[in-house]
Write a protein that binds this ligand. Structure first.
Ligand SMILES: Nc1nc2c([nH]c(=O)n2[C@@H]2O[C@H](COP(=O)(O)OP(=O)(O)OP(=O)(O)O)[C@@H](O)[C@H]2O)c(=O)[nH]1
Length: 139
């Protein structure tokens, strides 16, 4: 049986203190309440980097230039109803202040604390890549 392939671009924003931004999925959506990396589905005709820049503007009100997106790793995960393929970029430089423009809760999280935030199953294997890059700081 072939599952629908869903292509999502996601980003770990890292602040000057080495904290990573997580956003909580709002009530009413699948996987509500779980914490995830900002991003979204790649629309037809879009390059994934364009998707990410658009989503970061729409969700968080920040402007990101493409050269500031560094590829880190990817998730490939079989959910019950779709196969997720999700490259993860890291971004440390943006213009503007991060705001919650879609009502989502936001949290800046030290890498060693990422496991305290329940995440979608696809995201768990991504955490060691972030702690490898940023260290295991917890506070
Ligand atoms: N942005 C993001 N999506 C993730 C992550 N992990 C993960 O499994 N996903 C899944 O990838 C899909 C992201 O699509 P989305 O955010 O554009 O979609 P959505 O469910 O809000 O739907 P909609 O935009 O059609 O309303 C969702 O199924 C989401 O659960 C993650 O870390 N970040």
């Amino acid at each position: 049986m072939s599952l629908k392939l869903v292509f999502v671009a996601a980003c770990a924003l890292v602040d000057p203190d080495g904290r990573v931004l997580l956003a909580q999925r709002p009530e009413g959506k699948p996987m509500a309440g779980l914490w995830e990396f900002p991003g979204g589905k790649v629309e037809p005709g879009e390059r994934p980097e364009e998707t990410l820049i658009r989503e970061l503007r729409e969700e968080l009100g920040i402007r990101v230039e493409e050269p500031c997106l560094a590829p880190l790793t990817f998730a490939s995960h079989r959910y019950e109803t779709f196969q997720l393929f999700m490259p993860l970029w890291v971004c440390r430089r943006w213009e503007g202040t991060v705001q919650s423009l879609e009502g989502q809760q936001l949290a800046w999280v030290k890498p060693g604390r990422l496991r305290d935030y329940p995440m979608p199953a696809a995201d768990e294997p991504l955490i060691p890549f972030l702690t490898e890059l940023l260290g295991e700081a917890r506070d």
